[in-house]
Design a protein around this ligand. Structure first.
Ligand code: SAM
Ligand code: SF4
Ligand code: SF4
Length: 343
């Protein structure tokens, strides 16, 4: 921590590589309808065998390579990252890497007990985001696809806060006709708590969620719904390339964010790479292909060779899928599932 940033490697649109999302598993204990619909991810679905997952040694090595190329922000995700055994051990290894300034985790919260939250905090995890899309059990259970109720996730948010994560962020995907009513519920519930709810436009990730533009609730509408009740004031981004647009309540009750990937795409500032659980490097959330880093790693490539591979891919990067979608509509087939490449 605290050392000078590494020299940036720029892509073809002059965007530096600054953050990486590492997927720890393609498996999940939820079947959210917008991510892993249960009709597709049923009992017969073939997830990655354990031997194909990157080991902690491999993840740490790749993280060091990313940092040497300018990354200072690492987020652990999935699938559900808390399904990965011995997670605090991995967190401790990543937190120790000089240059990792921000180490975060996104989880559905189901397994985030007070003990786990404390162990992750003690291991050096900096921030936690918990996903929660509604505050009534009927809506939430239908969205998560496995009948889990809201209380368990609220308990996870409390556990995170008690373990010292501050603020806890909450992610809520908003889908038309399904949970629009949850927008004001969630905003109201987390005002005055110090936690930050981020409302996410429903995205056309992967190829299985049956996404339709009509199902998107635009960020503008989300903000209008909240502001009609509690006036909002825009807040400047905390850092360049931040995906959430931030707002604070005019009455001082805290802050919210909106992630408007569909209606206000932010590809021009996108500095993010993704590493799938089986070690593929993706340069866009909507990618159809990634570069296999696991094979060279297991064949004995040294750090310099891996570094050249990553830098080579980044330098050729021209991804701007969300801006293209806004210009000409959804255009790409065979997009890799978000649970696989890391949400
Ligand atoms: N399982 C963890 C969780 O749900 O927090 C981490 C992985 S999940 C893929 C990461 C984030 O992506 C979650 O907040 C989830 O709500 C969001 N997400 C999944 N599918 C989405 C979609 N179709 N549109 C927008 N956000 C989505
Ligand atoms: Fe699992 Fe997260 Fe996808 Fe829901 S959004 S199915 S919790 S990976
Ligand atoms: Fe980045 Fe791709 Fe999303 Fe654009 S669509 S912001 S390039 S991940």
């Amino acid at each position: 921590m605290g050392r000078a940033p590494s020299p940036a490697v720029l892509d073809r649109l002059s965007r530096p590589l600054r953050d990486v999302r590492i997927s720890l598993t393609d498996r999940c204990n939820f079947r959210c309808q917008y991510c892993m619909p249960r009709e597709v991810f049923g009992p017969g679905f073939r997830f990655l065998p354990t031997a194909e997952l990157l080991t902690f040694d491999e993840i740490e090595r790749l993280a060091r390579v990313f940092v040497s190329l300018g990354v200072d922000k690492v987020r652990l995700t999935g699938g559900e990252p808390l399904l990965r055994p011995r997670l605090p051990e991995l967190v401790a290894r990543l937190a120790r890497i000089p240059g990792v300034e921000d180490l975060a985790l996104t989880t559905n919260g189901f397994l985030l007990t007070p003990e786990r939250a404390s162990a992750l905090r003690a291991a050096g995890l900096g921030r936690v985001t918990v996903s929660l899309d509604a505050l009534d059990d009927a809506t939430f259970a239908s969205l998560n696809g496995v009948g889990v109720g809201v209380e368990r996730i609220l308990a996870a948010v409390r556990a995170a806060a008690e373990a010292g994560f501050s603020p806890v962020k909450l992610n809520a995907v908003v889908k038309r006709g399904v949970n629009e009513h949850a927008v004001v519920d969630l905003a109201g519930r987390f005002r005055h708590t110090g936690h930050v709810v981020r409302f996410i436009e429903y995205m056309d990730v992967g190829s299985t969620n049956g996404w339709r533009f009509e199902d998107v609730v635009p960020a503008r509408e989300i903000l209008d719904r909240i502001a009609a009740r509690w006036p909002l004031v825009p807040v400047a981004p905390a850092r360049p390339g931040e995906v959430a647009r931030r707002y604070r309540y005019a009455d001082g009750a805290g802050e919210i964010g909106v992630i408007a990937s569909i209606t206000q795409p932010f590809c021009h500032g996108c500095t993010r790479a993704r590493l799938s659980a089986d070690g593929r490097l993706y340069t866009c959330l909507f990618a159809a292909e990634g570069l296999d880093l696991r094979t060279p790693l297991r064949q004995g490539a040294d750090d310099g060779e891996i570094r050249r591979l990553v830098a080579g891919v980044w330098r050729l990067r021209i991804d701007r899928y969300s801006e293209e979608r806004a210009e000409q509509g959804p255009s790409r087939a065979n997009k890799v599932e978000m649970s696989r490449l890391g949400g």
